[in-house]
Write a protein that binds this ligand. Structure first.
Ligand code: ZN
Length: 206
């Protein structure tokens, strides 16, 4: 599975550094960053899901990939963090600073974990806030706890074990998901960037 990460030009996030670290953490899923930002709408307009995914996929038609993640600061009309159409997700960082003090790159790791979790199983989401990656996050401030607690709860682990067993692809995705959650929670609970903690973990644990 290969995920291509693309950013809008209204958001300052080091995609290359994120994908480099993700590729070092993950053994099965591959990450690519798109070098240049792609502008799909005016800063003051809402995200138009149908229209923008069509344009995005046209612009990226030369790139081989299994999944496209587009990050923007613009807002979805319903103020959700994300919407997806087939294998394209548009994630809105609108109002990020109101929900958490953690940096955008931690958010990006959370999104990737969310994408992988849903690739394994889409049958269940927690409506309440538990810190499990299967939380729906009806209350957007919950993302702060989500990043700090980043884990798969016992109930979800039991459920997805049945799906994963005997499927090499899903087993690989689950292994990578756990690694991402470990780096994300280790960084976030100390108020640190995933960029800092990754260097620290390599120095002390490897
Ligand atoms: Zn759970």
């Amino acid at each position: 599975m290969e995920i291509l990460v693309v950013r809008d030009n209204d958001i300052d996030i080091d995609i290359k550094k994120c994908t480099n670290i993700l590729n070092q953490i993950c053994k099965n899923v591959k990450f690519k960053g798109y070098n240049t930002p792609i502008n799909l709408g005016n800063p003051d307009t809402y995200v138009d899901m149908e229209k923008e995914t069509t344009i995005l996929n046209q612009k990226l038609s030369h790139r081989k990939r299994d999944y496209t993640l587009y990050v923007t600061y613009r807002k979805h009309p319903d103020n959700y963090f994300a919407h997806s159409i087939r294998n394209t997700m548009i994630w809105s960082f609108w109002g990020w600073e109101y929900y958490t003090n953690l940096p955008l790159e931690n958010g990006l790791f959370y999104i990737i974990a969310d994408i992988l979790a849903l690739r394994i199983d889409r049958s269940f989401r927690h409506n309440e806030l538990t810190g499990c990656i299967y939380d729906f996050l009806w209350e957007k401030t919950g993302i702060d706890i989500g990043m700090k607690m980043a884990h798969i709860c016992e109930g979800c682990l039991e459920r997805i074990k049945n799906k994963v067993e005997g499927c090499k692809t899903l087993e690989g995705i689950l292994m990578d998901l756990v690694e991402i959650l470990n780096v994300l929670s280790n960084a976030s609970r100390w108020g640190k960037s995933v960029f800092d903690i990754y260097i620290w973990m390599r120095m002390h644990w490897v």
